[in-house]
Ligand binder design. Structure first.
Ligand SMILES: *Cc1c(COP(=O)(O)O)cnc(C)c1O
Length: 379
């Protein structure tokens, strides 16, 4: 089945739903047993719940994996993932990650004696040089947040395989509709379901998907033990969001391409970072490993005053954290999503007080451009 069809129809393996078109919400914590030693297949919702299971199966299909787990948030998914590692283990991570991830790594993981090195993971030789005897995993975001750097997933997965490392890819920015890291050699895919998958800025959620039975067994054990699973109602909201994932991604990308081109022509805008522009340094890699460019744009304006002007004058586009939903949202990474990241690291990356990040929604493109135009001009 094609992704469009999976998004709409899901896995449809719920047997007792009276033909319900919409997957029922099994709002129950526990399940009764027919007799001693027998189970309906469900015992307790932390272990599994039919609504969450349907959602997990959809994610597994969309990411070409064998198993997925639905967590209460993206950070809950990454936190659980970190339980695969032990004190003394070393992980190499992209140096331009969603801000919450280094906050976890530099505080919680470090406290647990897990060593993390950050590097631009598009630099494959640099990554190779960082690998040590205790290196256990690579943690990659591509495109990165907010600088939109691309890592060659096939090439980095090959390095991972050669060195026996777990290759983990946070695929939030492109969604499974545009990119499938497992098919390019990765071992675990992470999603913040809060973003494109839910798609409506109304539900938090997170996912881990793998195509390895061994990792699935280990992660399922951690998952049921830690207990940060997604509830039935929120699982249903995710399923409903996914129904329109394909058309949302297409429309958001179409709008983003037009906005990126428009921003390039604006004299208040000095740099535009969008992976769909042919002058993006890794444009060819993007084209070869993804089916689309997504709808995340970062851009640098001429001054901090312009940033203030834009944030105070956008009307349709909302000044808010988060991304991926149908509503266009503008973020000021330095003080919002990346507030806890070391300032020197940010500055070196280009995350300065002139950088804005735009998550393009599905609104009418002319309205969006008019909004940007008046905000940039301060009209
Ligand atoms: C938002 C986000 C996360 C964290 O997800 P939450 O659902 O907010 O916990 C992780 N990675 C990326 C790339 C994100 O954008």
């Amino acid at each position: 089945m094609k992704k469009e069809t999976i998004c709409v129809h899901g896995e449809q393996n719920s047997e007792n739903s009276f033909g319900a078109i919409s997957v029922p919400i099994y709002q129950t914590a526990s399940f009764s047993h027919p007799s001693l030693g027998e189970s309906t297949g469900y015992d307790y919702s932390r272990l599994q719940n039919p609504t969450r299971e349907e959602l997990e199966n959809i994610m597994t299909s969309l990411e070409n994996g064998i198993d997925s787990m639905a967590f209460s948030t993206g950070m809950a998914a990454i936190s659980a993932l970190m339980e695969l590692f032990e004190p003394g283990d070393h992980i190499i991570a992209s140096d331009d990650l969603y801000g919450g991830t280094p906050r976890l790594f530099d505080n919680i993981s470090k406290k647990n004696k897990i060593e993390i090195d950050y590097i631009d993971t598009s630099d494959l030789i640099g990554v190779k040089n960082l690998i040590k005897e205790n290196t256990k995993a690579l943690f990659i975001e591509t495109p990165t947040n907010p600088m939109m750097q691309i890592t060659d997933l096939k090439a980095i997965s090959k390095i991972g395989k050669e060195q026996n490392l777990i290759v983990i890819v946070d695929n939030t920015f492109l969604s499974p509709y545009f990119q499938n890291p497992l098919s390019l050699g990765a071992d675990i895919v992470v999603h913040s379901g809060t973003k494109y998958i839910g798609g409506h800025n109304d539900t938090l959620g997170g996912f881990l998907t793998t195509n390895s039975q061994e990792l699935s067994d280990r992660l399922r054990f951690i998952f049921k033990t830690i207990g940060s699973c997604l509830g039935p109602m929120d699982s249903w909201l995710m399923i409903r969001g996914i129904k329109t994932l394909a058309i949302r991604m297409k429309k958001q990308e179409e709008n983003a391409m037009k906005i990126a081109k428009w921003l390039k022509k604006s004299d208040k805008v000095k740099k535009v970072f969008y992976i769909g522009l042919p002058d993006h340094p890794q444009y060819e890699i993007s084209k070869s490993q993804s089916r689309g460019f997504g709808a995340m744009i970062s851009f640098e304006v001429d001054s901090y005053e312009t940033v203030v002007n834009v944030l105070e004058n956008i009307k349709i586009i909302k000044f808010a954290e988060s991304l991926g939903g149908v509503e266009s949202l503008m973020t000021f990474p330095k003080i919002q999503t990346h507030a806890d990241v070391d300032e020197k690291i940010l500055e070196a990356k280009g995350v300065n007080d002139r950088l804005l990040r735009l998550s393009v929604g599905i609104e009418d493109i002319d309205d969006l451009i008019k909004d940007l135009e008046s905000a940039l001009g301060g009209i």
